[in-house]
Write a protein that binds this ligand. Structure first.
Ligand code: TXE
Length: 489
């Protein structure tokens, strides 16, 4: 029995490929899993196509699909500790974070179970002798590609609405973090999904991901990952399609602190914003904008708190942050740290690997703060995706907004102030998909998540997150048919 799940069977990769899964805390081997190739992808897409056409899944009363999602929700909670521990082994994140992730995953299933069937479409007012309505139907076969920072959470934001809408799917988790996704698919199987509705392939982006996004029988690709991969997926969707796409491509998210903000809360949340999960968060507040009059005091307190962050094994109590996800990713982040120095940013703290010998085998980096940054620097404009924050100064509200919007991304941003009307003004003007006022990071399944600009296309979560997996159909009925008489002959 292998770890690919195709047409209701657990199966091995046809060519026998295997891949090591490594714990980023100490580079130890966690396990090995099947490594698929294009042949397996083809099998999985065919299974999804067959199920979409032949199983009664898409035509089930919505309530029945919603019941399945609720069963998955319950099973996730039944197994939450196991899943959370596996997520920690796979990603290095703390167990406390992984537990929250699993709750959030379960909540996504419950939310879409509750939303499904609430919207029967709409009746369009045309004329008394016409019945015109718009209904929403599943798109078909969905290719779902997830990243490694929130492996199960990001997958669930795709899987739950795709199932609720009546689609079938082929899911590919990141090759570095496949383990909890395998667990989730087992739960979907246990919950009673018909064969071929949910399919799982494992393997590299270049081989398996590319084969999936190029497959002619895929109707929709939903992807969360990096900008360059997003571009490649968009190009493939054009070449093989056009077909529907949804892309969540990260961000360079401003966190604006006005001088009248609650100081302790703003410092505290600026840590969460930038250093949670070692900054490997698409919405990380890695671009801190501080009002000039507060700047020096703020940066000093911020650096002191950053130095106190306890790095270590996410499995242990009291550890506040784990390692980066892989050796390659750490090298990339280190490259950005070198670049920041070269560009003239002032290193306030961090910038190196920790010298604690207990952490030497893992992919750790110290929380890093650069001050005296300006918007022309690449370190300010590009997504580093590590524990690295840049600090800029601003003097006026207009300048804060202008800086915060000076990014090609537009995923999320925060604003800290005790003046309520200013908070609303700034939130209104920010060109970002989520804006937090006096907070950072919370998201809820009821509210849309996604980006302006190059942060992506489409939205996950909320009602729009379901619409991504639906086609609108207009059904127009003439209630009094008679010859139109347009052609006279
Ligand atoms: O991501 P990739 P990488 C950003 C972050 C990070 C950068 C690169 O800045 O440093 O992206 O990370 C699959 N066709 N984010 O290289 O490659 C891959 O197997 C189809 C932001 O690890 O985008 C994995 O399943 N699929 C982000 C998924 O894409 C392909 C989360 C994401 O990996 C593919 C992660 C291809 N040609 C990284 N190539 C966020 N938005 O939260 C790769 N993949």
């Amino acid at each position: 029995m292998g770890e690919l799940y195709i047409d209701g069977e657990w199966t091995q990769a046809a060519a026998g490929g295997r891949r090591d899964v490594v714990n980023p805390y100490d580079a130890s081997l966690v396990t090995t899993v099947d490594e698929a190739d294009a042949t397996d992808v083809d099998r999985a897409v065919r299974a999804a196509r067959r199920a979409f056409a032949e199983e009664d899944w898409a035509d089930l009363p919505t309530r029945r699909r919603a019941d399945l999602l609720l069963r998955v929700h319950d099973l996730l909670l039944r197994d939450r500790e196991d899943i959370a521990r596996t997520e920690t082994l796979d990603t290095g994140k703390t167990l406390a974070e992984a537990r929250i992730d699993v709750e959030d995953v379960a909540n996504a299933f419950r939310y879409y179970a509750e939303l499904a069937g609430k919207d029967g479409g709409r009746v369009v007012d045309v004329a008394p002798d016409v019945l015109s309505r718009v209904v929403y139907q599943p798109v078909g076969v969905c290719a779902l590609i997830a990243p490694w920072n929130y492996p199960l959470l990001q997958a669930s934001w795709k899987v739950a609405p795709a199932l609720a809408a009546g689609n079938t799917f082929v899911l590919k988790p990141s090759e570095t973090t496949p383990l909890t996704t395998i667990m989730m698919i087992r739960l979907i199987e246990e919950a009673g999904a018909p064969p071929g509705v949910a399919n799982l392939v494992l393997g590299s982006g270049a081989t398996v991901g590319a084969a999936l996004t190029r497959h002619p029988d895929v109707d929709l690709v939903s992807f969360t990952g990096g900008l360059n991969t997003g571009r490649a997926i968009m190009a493939a969707a054009a070449a093989e399609g056009p077909r529907n796409i949804a892309l969540e491509l990260g961000g360079k998210n401003p966190n604006i602190v006005f001088a009248d903000a609650d100081f302790d809360a703003a410092v505290d949340y600026a840590l969460d914003a930038a250093f949670l999960h070692s900054g490997q968060v698409c919405s990380a507040g890695s671009r801190l904008l501080v009002e000039d009059s507060l700047h020096d005091r703020f940066v000093e307190a911020y650096a002191e708190r950053a130095r106190a962050i306890r790095l270590g094994n996410g499995m242990e109590d009291g550890i506040e942050s784990g390692p980066l996800s892989s050796a390659e990713h750490r090298e990339k982040v280190e490259g950005y740290i070198a670049l920041g120095k070269k560009e003239g940013a002032r290193l306030v703290t961090g910038g190196t690997r920790p010298d604690d010998p207990a952490l030497s085998r893992g992919f750790f980096l110290l929380p890093t703060i650069f001050a005296d940054c300006d918007r022309s620097m690449r370190i300010v404009q590009e997504e580093v995706f590590g524990p690295v924050v840049t600090v800029e100064r601003f003097r006026t509200e207009d300048e804060a907004v202008e800086l915060a919007n000076d990014t090609r991304y537009g995923l999320a941003g925060g604003v800290w102030t005790s003046e309520a009307s200013r908070a609303q003004r700034v939130a209104q003007r920010l060109r970002h998909g989520t804006v937090w006022i006096n907070d950072f990071h919370p998201y809820v399944p009821q509210a849309e998540w996604g980006g302006f600009g190059r942060s992506g296309v489409g939205r996950e979560l909320g009602p729009t997150g379901l619409r991504e997996y639906q086609e609108a159909k207009h059904i127009y009925q003439n209630l009094a048919p008679a010859p139109s008489g347009w052609f006279k002959g």
